[in-house]
Design a protein around this ligand. Structure first.
Ligand SMILES: Cc1ncc(C[n+]2csc(CCOP(=O)(O)OP(=O)(O)O)c2C)c(N)n1
Length: 650
């Protein structure tokens, strides 16, 4: 059965003239043991919520996963798809892409990410089990990771977090083959992963990764462990290939006809390309049917829940929000207006969360050790601890990348909505995972505070300047920069409503005035941009602003009004949503008058909104260490400068 994986991997890579045969051939034994004896899955219901998760973190070995899905009978993974490996429009992309076929739990390829996701999945399992009971939620997360996965920094953060939280249902099969692209791993890697993982609080052992009995015994031990487990499987890359086995030459290139013929002979595999003998095929298919009875038993248990709990569980699986969100947002905005609050948007966000976490029970918060700064912990939230997973707040520690990767795992696991905080400038530390959330459409929410020079004294190391531009450049990520408490609440509602992609809230450290005072509530941020204050008279100038600079634009409008110049102010909390608004709406908002944009960040990207006759007031380089109030005038981000730029355009 393992040889079926090897043959399909060799054949598909050969046919595509590209791909990675080595890892699937090396880990075929471990994968076969896992899928035939342990993994609980049902190809007929790939989304069965209580299935075990299998994460191919070493995504370059995608043919291993595709072969397994084909052999076990996932309808979407046909033989034809294997034959179209890596071709345009096929489900068999170069690296596994979530959504291409059932059984692909997460998008992998950038090494370390799948590993990080798996920690989030294993954590999500514990959180949901604490809420709905072991009868309904009781599954394991299995990972196949390579040397590259373990070398990547994110695996260190993720493994450390998993050990700390005692995620004992997480089992990693490590392809300990001592080969990477450059050659033997000893060129660059002399860690002792066993010692390292034990240091994190994991169980770790090394086994012969080609001995099926030994592999099964190790997995059985791991299943009983009170801590996460690393099973280092000593394997030979491209096991079976006569001259390339054990060498880097087998990592990422077709083996070639001669080598493949030799491998077939050694493995005792006489079938032509893409043919699996009937008896072996039948055994694999049998493996794929085992889970159906387990699923039915689970469905019966689900049906024995009270109607309310069952409905809640299923609603969350469908990624639908509970009733009451809109009313809650309207109420919060009403209170902000009544009190005329002048607070930082991070603080407004904290107030919003105090309510939202009650209305939306699937919200799971956290921060990378900046909880008091990010205002991410709601009043009612309790910490998640090792052994007690009933809390809904995760202390991610100073692990931004690990946090973002875990949040992807929580989001794709289903049943929970993760949000997590850090400073906006450290979005760089999380960026590879943010990119994958955007790419695979994971509904993660980032709460990134201290969003400009306005943070002040911590200085230029902490003051983001290019981050908004860099994040807005990422396809699929919605970047929100609310200007006041009301916009903050609106942006939170929009981020929650977006269940098929990530949202990032960029929030201020410093206080901002309440600018949205109209008595009737409409979520105006939903348009992405809107006219906050129309010109009094025919519009001569349009001032565009986001976040804390919206009040700068409003003050500039006053200055200009005193001089008889009619300026409108447009708030632009979310460029991505504005782009999606109808053209007529956008044209009406932007108007035909010259435009001045003000944002305490670099200009990059603003050209699209400024039009041919526009000016930009913002940052031209890094910030400086000083109180925030001193920095805005120092860098020329003032109402006077905005008014001056406007005058120069008339
Ligand atoms: C973040 C990241 N960096 C680099 C790569 C390119 N890459 C793909 S596989 C690999 C390393 C291969 O070694 P190993 O992980 O041991 O896999 P094996 O050769 O055993 O299949 C590298 C550097 C990548 N996929 N992701």
């Amino acid at each position: 059965m393992a040889n079926a994986i090897r043959a399909l991997a060799m054949d598909a890579v050969e046919q595509a003239k590209s791909g990675h045969p080595g890892m699937p051939m090396g880990m075929a034994d471990a994968a076969a043991v896992l899928f035939t004896q342990f993994l609980r899955f049902d190809p007929k219901a790939p989304d069965w919520p209580d299935r075990d998760r299998f994460v191919l973190s070493a995504g370059h070995g995608s043919m291993l996963l595709y072969a397994l899905l084909y052999l076990t009978g996932y309808a979407a993974m046909t033989l034809d798809e294997l034959k179209r490996f890596r071709q345009l429009g096929s489900r068999t992309a170069g690296h596994p892409e979530r959504g291409h076929a059932g059984g692909i739990e997460t998008t992998t390829g950038p090494l370390g990410q799948g590993f990080g996701n798996s920690v989030g999945m294993a954590l999500a399992e514990r959180l949901l089990a604490a809420e709905f009971g072991d009868e309904i939620v009781d599954h394991r997360t299995y990972v196949l990771a390579s040397d590259g996965d373990l070398m990547e920094g994110v695996s260190h953060e993720a493994a450390s977090l998993a050990g700390h939280l005692g995620l004992n249902k997480l089992i990693v099969l490590y392809d300990d083959n001592s080969v990477s692209i450059d050659g033997p791993t000893e060129l660059a890697f002399s860690d002792d992963p066993l010692l390292r993982f034990r240091g994190y609080g994991w169980a770790a052992e090394r086994i012969d990764g080609h001995d099926h009995t030994v592999i099964a015994e190790a997995i059985r031990r791991a299943q009983k462990s009170d801590r996460p487990s690393l099973i280092a499987c000593r394997t030979t890359i491209a096991f079976g290939a006569p001259t390339k086995a054990g060498t880097a030459a087998a990592h990422g290139a077709p083996l070639g006809a001669v080598e493949i013929a030799g491998a077939r002979e050694r493995l005792g595999w006489s079938e032509p390309p893409f043919v699996v003998p009937e008896d072996i095929r039948a055994e694999w298919q049998e493996t794929g049917t085992r889970g159906e009875a387990l699923r039915h038993a689970w469905e019966a248990r689900l049906n024995s829940l009270s109607a309310k709990r069952r409905a809640d569980f299923l609603r969350r699986q469908r990624r639908e929000l509970p009733a009451g969100l809109d009313e809650a947002i309207i109420k919060i905005c009403g209170e902000f207006r009544e009190k005329n609050v002048k607070v930082a948007t991070r603080q407004a966000s904290g107030t919003v969360l105090d309510t939202l976490t009650r209305v939306v029970p699937e919200l799971v918060g956290g921060s990378a050790d900046l909880t008091p700064s990010n205002n991410t912990k709601a009043k009612d939230q309790k910490d998640v601890c090792r052994g007690d997973y009933s809390g809904r707040y995760i202390r991610y520690g100073v692990r931004e990348h690990g946090m973002a990767a875990a949040m992807n795992g929580i989001a794709v696991h289903g049943g929970l909505i993760p949000y997590g905080g850090t400073f906006l400038t450290f979005s760089d530390y999380a960026r590879p995972s943010i990119r994958l959330a955007a790419f695979m459409g994971a509904g993660v929410i980032y709460v990134m505070t201290h969003d400009s020079i306005g943070l002040g004294e911590d200085g230029p190391t902490h003051q983001p300047v290019e981050h908004l531009a860099a994040l807005r450049a990422m396809p699929g990520l919605y970047v929100y920069r609310p200007a006041d408490p009301v916009e903050t609440a609106e942006c939170w509602a929009l981020a929650l409503q977006r269940r098929d992609g990530p949202s990032l809230l960029a929030l201020t450290r410093q206080s901002v005035p309440l600018l949205r005072r109209e008595p009737d509530f409409e979520n105006r941020s939903a348009h992405g941009a809107y006219v906050l204050a129309e010109a009094e008279g025919a519009r001569q100038i349009t001032l565009l602003a986001t976040g804390s600079e919206l009040s700068v634009a409003m003050a500039a409008r006053e200055i200009l009004a005193r001089e008889g110049i009619h300026a409108a102010v447009v708030s632009m909390p979310c460029w991505e949503l504005f782009e999606k608004s109808p053209r007529e709406y956008r044209d009406a908002v932007l108007g035909s008058a010259p435009r001045v944009a003000v944002e305490a960040a670099v200009e990059f990207g603003w050209a699209r909104w400024l039009g041919p006759r526009g000016a930009f007031i913002g940052m031209r380089g890094f910030g400086a260490s000083a109180p925030g109030e001193a920095l805005f005038p120092h860098f020329g981000i003032t109402p006077e400068k905005v008014a001056e730029a406007a005058r120069s355009l008339l």
